[in-house]
Design a protein. Structure first.
Length: 151
């Protein structure tokens, strides 16, 4: 189960952020779990900010994407009470704060994808994925939204 795997790896989930607009952070429809875009919230509640390729290296961007994954898990746990109902990752949309001409968005979003593989395994932790570049709210380094299948 994903909850025990988080403990086993010594990972710490940050505080789940309040919604930044008029939307639900998590929506369950049948056996599908849709998670609104999550930014990289650190354990102190601050956001990892900056433009990847300018203010942040690709490696720092990957760390931000990983942290966005931890933020996502914190949000899911806050909404559902547990993470153990997650069967697999279905789809990821990774958005990277970058300038025109930056082309390493897939490498940055790998930070999120690697975390999901660590937690859900090679088969269930990989899903379909898109990685794009754009300006992001509050200058967040990355934002990730995902769809999961529930047990």
């Amino acid at each position: 189960m994903i909850g025990s795997k988080i403990s086993e790896l010594g990972l710490v989930l940050p505080p789940p952020p309040p919604p930044g607009g008029i939307y639900h952070p998590v929506v369950v429809a049948g056996k599908m779990l849709y998670v609104s875009g999550q930014v990289p919230i650190q354990n102190d509640g601050s956001i990892i900010t900056g433009t990847v390729g300018k203010d942040l290296s690709i490696e720092q961007g990957q760390q931000a994407a990983r942290q966005a994954g931890l933020t996502m898990l914190a949000t899911i746990r806050a909404e559902l009470g547990s993470l153990d109902g997650i069967r697999r990752l279905v789809k990821t949309l990774g958005m990277v704060n970058c300038e025109p001409g930056f082309g390493s968005q897939p490498q940055v979003v790998n930070g999120f994808s690697e975390l999901m593989v660590e937690l859900l395994g090679e088969q269930n932790g990989k899903g379909a994925r898109s990685a794009v570049g754009m300006m992001l709210p509050r200058n967040a380094a990355v934002e990730v939204e995902a769809i999961f299948e529930l047990i």
